[in-house]
Write a protein that binds this ligand. Structure first.
Ligand code: NAG
Ligand code: NAG
Ligand code: NAG
Ligand code: NAG
Length: 504
C-alpha cells in the first residue's frame, strides 16, 4: 500500500515535470481568462482612465464636424480629399468629418475621408485651405481655440498665425485677423461636434502626453492586475491566462512616442505569479505595429489599418515575437504565443498573413520547442478553412476563433433559448467544420456571457454560459473568457464567478 502510494506520487511528479506546471497530461484543454484592458488599453473596459485628459473629446481618431456660424453649413473635403475644402454641406457624414491627430491638447492635424491632411495651399496663394498632403507638417497643423463659456464654439488658427474663415460657401481661407468675439456674425467661428473616436493605448498615452501618461499608466499596470487576481483565478478552477500585449512592449523601457515604458515589467510580474500558482500563460500580441484591424484594441491611431503592408512592418512584428519568446522561454508557465490578434480581412490579405505566420512560427521555435503557437483566424470575409491547411505543416499549432453572439444583426432579436440553441447547434457546426484529422487544435480565445437579450434573469445567463462552456470546452485547445475585469458586469469573469453565473 505504502509502496504503491510512493510509486503514484513519483508518477505524478514525472508527469508534472514533463508537462509544465499543471501535471494534467499535455495541459489541454486550457480553461483561461483574458487579462483584457491591462497592458493594452480599451476605454470601454475601464472608462475612468480617460477622465482626467484635457480636451478628452479631442483624442487621436476622434471625428470632428465643423459648421460655419455665418453660412450655417459644414466644412467638407470636396470629393472626400485631394482638393479644396468647401463650406457648402447642410448635413455631415464622411466627407464632412475630419479625423484628428493630436499634437497636444490644443494643437492638431486634421485627416480627411481619403486620408489626406488639411493644410494651407502651398502651391497657390498660401492661405486657401486644401486637403492634399499625404503626411502632416507645419502647414497642416492647427490650433483649436474653444470658447470657455461654450466649448462647442471654436476658432481654428493656422500655422501662419491667422484664423480660418468662411468667405463664402466655396472659399475657406486662413486670413482672418479680426478678433470679433464668438458671435454668429464672425466668419471664423464654427460649431464643433464630434463622432466616433477610439479609446485605445494611442489615445490615452498621447492624450495625457509625455509628462502625465507615464505615472498614470504605471499606476494602472501595478494596481489593475495584482497577485491576488492570480490567486482568485486559480482558486476558481481556471488554469491559464491569455495576456494581450502591444508591440511597443519589445522596446521597453523606451518605446516610441507616445507609448510609455513599464508594461514589460508588469508582464514579468504576471509570469512570476503564474509560476507561483502553477498557471499557464498565453502571450497574445493584441496590437501589432500600424494596427491589424483599425480598432482601438490594436492601438490604431485614427481607425487606419496599416499592418502587414510592407515587409519591414512584418519583420518588425516578427522581432517582437522573437523578443517575447526569448524572454520567457525558460519559464515553466510559458504555454503559448499568439502571433497576432484578430487580423481583419480584406485589409490584411491571406498571403501577407501566412507570410507573417511562417516567420513568426520560426521565431518562436528558435527559442522554444514546447510552446504552442496560436494563429488567429481573420475577421471579416474569409474562408473558414483558410488557415487549417496552412497550419497542417507545423507542430504544436492552434487556431484561435472568437465567438460572440454579438456584432452581427443575426443576434439582434434572438430570445434566450434561440441564443442557447445557436451555441449548441451553429457554434458546434462551425467548430466541427474547422476541426480536421491531423490539423491544428482549435482554441476559442474569446467569448463572454454578455449578449443582446434585455432583462435576462440570472438563470438565463447561467444556462447561456453553461452551453458555451460545454461547447467550447470540447475544443481540443480549450477556451478563454473575455475578460477578467470590466465595468460592464457580464463582461467581467470575476463578476460572473462571484455572482454564481459561472461555476467551474
Ligand atoms: C460645393 O462646392 C463645390 C465647389 O464649387 C461644388 O463642386 C459642389 O457641387 C458644391 N456642393 C454643394 C452641395 O453645393
Ligand atoms: C502644443 O504644440 C504646439 C505646436 O508644437 C506648441 O506651439 C504649443 O506650445 C503646444 N502647447 C502646449 C500647451 O504644450
Ligand atoms: C429587431 O427588432 C427591431 C424591433 O422590432 C426591428 O426594428 C429590427 O429590424 C430587428 N432586427 C433584425 C435584424 O431583425
Ligand atoms: C443555425 O443552424 C441551423 C441548423 O443547421 C440552421 O437552420 C440555421 O439557419 C442556422 N442559423 C444561423 C443564424 O445561421
Amino acid at each position: 500500500m505504502k509502496l504503491l502510494f510512493i510509486f503514484s506520487i513519483t508518477c505524478l511528479c514525472m508527469l508534472s515535470s514533463s508537462n509544465g506546471s499543471t501535471g494534467r497530461g499535455d495541459g489541454l484543454p486550457v480553461r483561461a481568462v483574458n487579462l483584457g484592458g491591462w497592458l493594452v488599453t480599451e476605454g470601454w473596459i475601464k472608462p475612468s482612465l480617460f477622465d482626467a485628459i484635457p480636451n478628452k473629446d479631442l483624442l487621436d481618431g476622434s471625428g470632428v464636424q465643423l459648421k460655419s456660424v455665418t453660412v450655417g453649413k459644414y466644412l467638407c473635403a470636396e470629393t472626400g480629399g485631394g482638393t479644396i475644402i468647401v463650406a457648402n454641406r447642410s448635413s455631415a457624414s464622411g466627407w464632412e468629418t475630419f479625423s484628428l491627430w493630436r499634437i497636444n491638447a490644443t494643437t492638431f492635424n486634421l485627416r480627411v475621408f481619403n486620408r489626406q491632411f488639411v493644410g494651407l495651399d502651398s502651391h497657390g496663394n498660401g492661405v486657401d485651405i486644401v486637403a492634399v498632403a499625404n503626411a502632416p507638417s507645419q502647414i497642416q497643423t492647427f490650433h483649436i481655440d474653444r470658447n470657455p463659456n461654450d466649448l462647442k464654439r471654436v476658432r481654428i488658427r493656422a500655422s501662419n498665425g491667422f484664423y480660418l474663415q468662411v468667405k463664402n460657401e466655396e472659399l475657406v481661407s486662413a486670413d482672418y485677423d479680426g478678433n470679433g468675439g464668438w458671435g454668429d456674425d464672425n466668419p471664423s467661428v464654427f460649431i464643433l461636434s464630434t463622432s466616433g473616436g477610439l479609446q485605445g493605448e494611442y489615445q490615452i498615452t498621447n492624450g495625457y502626453g509625455p509628462l502625465l501618461a507615464p505615472p498614470l499608466m504605471k499606476e494602472h499596470w501595478s494596481t489593475y492586475i495584482v497577485e491576488d487576481d492570480f490567486k482568485f483565478i486559480k482558486e476558481n478552477g481556471l488554469d491559464a491566462v491569455r495576456i494581450p500585449v502591444g508591440w511597443w512592449i519589445a522596446s521597453d523601457p523606451n518605446p516610441p512616442k507616445p507609448y510609455v515604458g513599464g508594461s514589460l515589467q508588469a508582464l514579468d510580474h504576471a509570469f512570476s505569479w503564474a509560476e507561483k500558482y502553477g498557471m499557464k500563460v498565453i502571450i497574445d500580441l493584441h496590437a501589432a505595429p500600424g494596427s491589424q484591424n483599425g480598432w482601438e484594441h490594436s492601438a490604431s491611431r485614427d481607425g487606419s489599418q496599416e499592418w502587414g503592408r510592407t515587409d519591414e512592418n512584418i519583420q518588425q512584428t516578427v522581432d517582437v515575437i522573437d523578443f517575447l519568446t526569448a524572454r520567457y522561454a525558460k519559464s515553466p508557465s510559458l504555454f503559448a504565443v499568439e502571433l497576432i490578434n484578430e487580423p481583419l480581412s480584406p485589409g490584411v490579405s491571406l498571403d501577407r498573413l501566412t507570410k507573417y505566420y511562417r516567420a513568426g512560427l520560426e521565431a518562436v521555435r528558435r527559442h522554444s520547442q514546447t510552446a504552442y503557437v496560436i494563429l488567429s483566424d481573420r475577421l471579416g470575409p474569409h474562408e473558414p478553412l483558410e488557415l487549417v491547411d496552412f497550419a497542417k505543416g507545423f507542430t504544436k499549432v492552434a487556431i484561435d476563433v472568437h465567438h460572440y453572439n454579438l456584432f452581427s444583426p443575426i443576434f439582434d432579436n434572438l430570445t434566450v433559448q434561440q441564443n442557447i440553441d445557436y451555441v449548441n447547434t451553429n457554434r458546434t457546426q462551425q467548430l466541427t467544420h474547422i476541426t480536421v484529422p491531423n490539423g491544428p487544435l482549435i482554441f476559442v480565445g474569446e467569448w463572454t456571457a454578455a449578449w443582446q437579450v434585455r432583462d435576462a434573469s440570472k438563470e438565463d445567463y447561467e444556462r447561456y454560459a453553461a452551453a458555451q462552456l460545454r461547447v467550447f470546452g470540447q475544443q481540443r485547445f480549450g477556451w478563454a473568457y473575455w475578460t477578467l475585469k470590466n465595468v460592464q458586469d457580464h463582461w467581467s469573469m470575476e463578476w460572473v464567478i462571484k455572482n454564481g453565473i459561472i461555476k467551474l
